[in-house]
Design a protein around this ligand. Structure first.
Ligand SMILES: [Zn+2]
Length: 311
């Protein structure tokens, strides 16, 4: 089934839906919905309260008989859970590690308070686009490690923890009876990903795990609905980053230069190339083992990245 990449709720299999938010760049994340009878399980809320309200309204219009009784947060980045309060009353499930990260997250307070001058430029830009007012952090009511099966009416949804990878607590949401997988930010389509926590080997292993699952329809955290070929391509990207950054680190190259010199053949169509600075930086951080280079500091330098001319 080809799913159009347009804003809104799209059927992707029997009683299974994706809520898509083009263009998939910073803060424009996807969500999912699994339905059985009157019961619904929502995969992720959105960056802001208004975005999440729009999504819940779209579900109510298309499926007026459905009550969302369960929410799964795929990980602890704000664009996947800051809208949780709109679903207050539902059971909210996340991995232990993601829930801990959520409770430590103070970014939404910084965004709501005046004086964002000290925030990285990329975050200041997000402030112009998104309305972060009125966020009351609403945390998971149930956490797990490893795997968890969650019933939705007579259906079963499998949660598979694959973090630390993109973040410390990443979870895949597999719907075996529909051969559907919601990856959270373990898959980015159409743009460069962001490697927050690493290790990058954990992320590559998560791609291998996905390739072994019974999943024909794959909803990424950002970007259009795809199939396994895009996962293979994404795995190749991560390996390219790992190999290049490891070599550059060994040669003592500064991180910005290393990011700019990576060979992007086969990936020049991807948006947000400045994220390479974060990704190469994350591999450096892993190799340094002392917390450097700091992620927030790198975020403040994204505008220094210039895409190399084709060679
Ligand atoms: Zn995201």
């Amino acid at each position: 089934m080809t799913v159009p990449y347009t804003l809104g709720l799209h059927p992707i299999a029997d009683s299974t839906y994706a809520y898509l938010q083009p263009n998939g760049s910073w803060g424009w994340s996807n969500a999912g919905l699994i339905v059985c009878g009157e019961e619904g399980l929502l995969v992720d809320t959105l960056f802001t309260v208004p975005q999440t309200r729009d999504m819940v309204d779209a579900v109510a219009r298309a499926l007026p008989h459905v009550t969302i009784g369960t929410v799964v947060n795929s990980h602890g980045d704000g664009d996947h859970w800051w809208g949780n309060q709109v679903l207050a009353g539902a059971a909210i499930i996340a991995s232990d590690a993601a829930a801990t990260a959520m409770r430590r997250d103070r970014l939404h307070q910084q965004l709501a308070a005046p004086g964002p001058a000290e925030l990285p430029q990329v975050v200041v830009e997000m402030l112009k686009t998104f309305d972060f007012g009125g966020i009351t952090p609403t945390y998971p009511t149930r956490t797990f490690t490893g795997e968890l099966e969650v019933p939705v009416g007579g259906r079963t949804v499998r949660l598979i923890e694959v973090g630390p990878a993109h973040t410390v607590g990443d979870v895949l949401v597999h719907v075996p009876d529909a051969a559907v997988l919601f990856t959270g930010d373990i898959l980015f389509v159409g743009g460069h990903p962001v490697l927050h926590s690493g290790p990058i080997a954990g992320w590559i292993a998560a791609c291998d795990l996905i390739l072994g699952l019974d999943a024909e329809t794959i909803v990424p955290g950002h970007g259009p609905v795809v199939g396994k070929p895009e996962v293979r391509r994404f795995r190749d990207y991560l390996q390219r980053v790992r190999d290049h950054a490891t070599r550059a680190h060994g040669e003592g190259q500064p991180v910005l230069r290393a990011a700019q010199q990576m060979n992007l053949d086969g990936f020049t169509d991807l948006a947000d190339p400045e994220r390479l600075l974060l990704n190469v930086g994350a591999v450096y951080r892993e190799l340094n083992g002392d917390g450097t280079p700091d992620e927030l500091e790198l975020m403040g330098r994204l505008d220094q990245y210039t895409q190399p001319s084709a060679h």
